[in-house]
Design a protein around this ligand. Structure first.
Ligand code: UT7
Length: 325
């Protein structure tokens, strides 16, 4: 049976210049490099410069992804930006990115699923491509979480960083099996009963402010381990695969201990996990495309590799994507 798959034909990323180490944070907060590293795996985080917006980060990653794909903006008819830190309440950050790239056709919109945003955006774009509604899609994860952190709260401010990553999707014919190149499956989940465990205490309709991030870290941690195990299980099952068939696990980078628990569940060793958390910290929707861009750029992920993406974030939201590169 002939099917249309969304093939990932390029990726790119961008990190702001300024980098804050754990030691710098320890100078101004009651924390230590040892605590942050041992509890999370984080060593440093990048932070956007004054006036550097989420759309600026997104645009840089998008340009690099297009160059990598050897495509031009004329080939793009869909721009999806996954972000929880948009430039403005409206219009969508994707509209600004589209303008920055001088694209005047197709459609552009944001997807908001916090740290699961990139997996959600990838699933949405994949559906457009499969239905023939897009011949070239830019899927971007971009965040400036530094703007919504309470820098006095050591329980949250040490965890997050800014950055962006993008992929380009194009339709490619496949035979409907796991041997096809492209996105083989996506699974999305949400359970809004847990919305108060990870949220931002502001918004246009609530108090007309952007607000600051609040989290019950220990509770989020427990749910993440359970939900991500479920997400990877269903991705394997629907494709008739086992952990051994997966060449690379590219997880959302929130906590090294959560990543290790998911890898153990898959029976995967550390060499098969793309890890960026030490250098990037948690960049929310940007973490997976940032990791993808690094691992394709340095030749680890190659054409034909089976790549499993998974993420969990506020809402709660969680999900996975199985992609043959
Ligand atoms: O991307 C979206 C999803 N987000 C996540 O997946 C985050 C999930 N949660 C986590 O990663 C972890 O729960 C944290 C890293 C946030 C916290 O680690 P934990 O092992 O769960 O620590 P805890 O919250 O249970 O806190 C343990 C202790 C507390 O002190 P007491 O009450 O035991 O005296 C905290 O006050 O560590 C203290 N603490 C810190 N100490 C030094 C909390 N933050 C810090 C800090 N430096 N930065």
């Amino acid at each position: 049976m002939t099917v249309t798959r969304s093939r990932v034909v390029g990726s790119g990323s961008y990190l702001p210049e300024r980098c804050i180490t754990n030691a710098e944070l320890a100078d101004r907060l009651e924390t230590s490099d040892e605590w942050i590293r041992s509890r999370t795996g984080i060593g440093q985080r990048h932070v956007a410069a004054d006036g550097e917006l989420t759309s600026d980060l997104a645009t840089r990653a998008a340009r690099r992804a297009l160059d990598h794909a050897e495509m031009t903006t004329d080939d793009i008819d869909l721009v999806v930006v996954a972000t929880a830190t948009p430039d403005l309440t409206f219009p969508a950050t994707a509209a600004q990115v589209q303008a920055n790239l001088d694209i005047h056709r197709g459609c552009a919109f944001d997807v908001q699923a916090v740290c699961t945003g990139f997996v959600y955006a990838l699933a949405v774009a994949d559906n457009f491509v499969q239905l023939g509604q897009s011949k070239g899609a830019l899927v971007i994860g971009a965040e400036t979480f530094s703007r919504i952190l309470d820098w006095e709260d050591r329980g949250t401010c040490v965890l997050f960083g800014d950055g962006s990553g993008a992929v380009v999707l194009r339709p490619e014919e496949g035979d409907g099996t796991a041997a096809d190149h492209g996105i083989l499956s996506t699974h999305l989940h949400a359970d809004g009963r847990h919305k108060d465990m990870l949220y931002v205490d502001g918004g246009p309709s609530t108090n007309q402010r952007a607000g600051l991030l609040r989290m019950e870290g220990r509770e989020v941690f427990k749910h993440a381990v359970v939900n991500l195990a479920q997400a990877v299980d269903e991705a394997l099952e629907v494709n008739g695969l086992t952990g051994d068939d997966v060449d690379w696990l590219v997880p959302h980078q929130a906590n090294r201990r959560i990543i290790d628990a998911t890898a153990r569940k898959l029976g995967m060793t550390e060499e098969k996990i793309v890890l960026t958390i030490e250098r990037h910290a948690n960049t929310s929707a940007a973490s997976i495309p940032l990791a993808l861009s690094e691992a394709t750029g340095d030749g680890r992920i190659k054409a034909g590799d089976m790549v499993l993406l998974e993420a969990m974030g506020g809402g709660f939201t969680w999900g996975s994507a199985m992609v043959r590169w």
